[in-house]
Design a protein around this ligand. Structure first.
Ligand SMILES: CCCCCCCCCC(=O)SCCNC(=O)CCNC(=O)[C@H](O)C(C)(C)COP(=O)(O)OP(=O)(O)OC[C@H]1O[C@@H](n2cnc3c(N)ncnc32)[C@H](O)[C@@H]1OP(=O)(O)O
Length: 225
């Protein structure tokens, strides 16, 4: 595929588009650990065999926690989180992104990093709440993980866009509760189309792989058509 679209030199500040922005470093450590607790709680609730008394006590404790946070201040839906990479690059994602939002307890604990060989990589372990077939990750979640990694690869190259097309191949069953490696990279650009590829591996073997066309957002000063 021809490469005829340059990445934008600097991504615009979402605040210029009316979106609130929170710096990743501003997320309190207490919130990060609360999110981790809630993820464990959801898994525990999904598989508990506790008796009625314990369940009632747990429900009351959860209701108390919900009441404590329920009336407090909240970020607006659409709030962006700003991430500053070691080399000074800045990128934005949604704070409560369904697949990697750092404050979203319903999202897997996915954090993509720059890979030494180019593109992005992450290690993630999916608990029982991501289950499809017995002991295996649900294919919809695998597609979601690939979509996120694919989109983030384009963002990391300065070419944020929306997924126009996503192809997923499931090569092998993907187990729960074990480390999975996710990799992604840009493979080409053509006008506003950014081609991206990603894989999920377990024990070094590809269990799922995907390709996508991300259509770049029309941003001021970019090289897109
Ligand atoms: C750190 C943070 C990381 C964040 C990562 C986020 C990852 C998550 C990504 C998502 O989940 S995005 C949400 C799911 N996707 C959407 O909601 C997109 C919905 N679709 C649209 O909004 C529009 O269809 C779209 C923006 C994709 C394209 O509409 P446009 O009017 O802007 O573009 P246009 O139709 O002019 O097409 C531009 C080029 O893309 C091509 N194209 C459009 N749709 C296509 C398609 N489906 N398949 C292949 N190519 C496609 C089209 O042929 C054309 O190619 P050429 O330059 O060669 O002429």
């Amino acid at each position: 595929m021809t490469v005829d679209a340059d990445p934008v030199a600097e991504l615009p500040d979402p605040r210029d588009y009316g979106l609130a922005v929170v710096g990743e470093e501003e997320i309190p450590a207490e919130l990060t650990s609360l999110v981790a607790e809630v993820r464990s709680l959801v898994d525990a609730v999904a598989r508990t065999r506790a008796g009625a008394e314990e369940l009632s006590a747990a429900r009351a404790a959860v209701a108390a926690a919900a009441a404590q946070l329920g009336d407090g201040p909240r970020h607006d839906v659409g709030t962006m989180v700003r991430r500053t990479w070691d080399d000074g690059r800045v990128e934005y994602g949604t704070l409560t992104n369904a697949v990697s939002g750092p404050t979203n307890a319903a999202a897997p604990p996915l954090r993509l990093e720059t890979a030494p060989e180019g593109g992005l990589r992450a290690q993630v372990r999916l608990n029982g709440t991501y289950q499809g077939p017995p002991g295996l990750v649900h294919g919809g979640w695998l597609a979601a993980l690939l979509d996120q990694a694919l989109g983030a690869a384009a963002v990391a190259e300065g070419m944020p866009g929306l997924t126009a097309n996503l192809d997923v191949d499931y090569r092998r069953p993907t187990p729960l509760n074990t480390p999975l490696e996710i990799t992604s990279r840009v493979t080409g650009t053509e006008r506003r189309k950014v081609s991206v590829a990603a894989e999920i591996r377990h024990d070094g073997e590809v269990t799922a792989e995907g390709t996508a066309i991300m259509v770049r957002l029309n941003l001021p000063g970019d090289g897109g058509a």
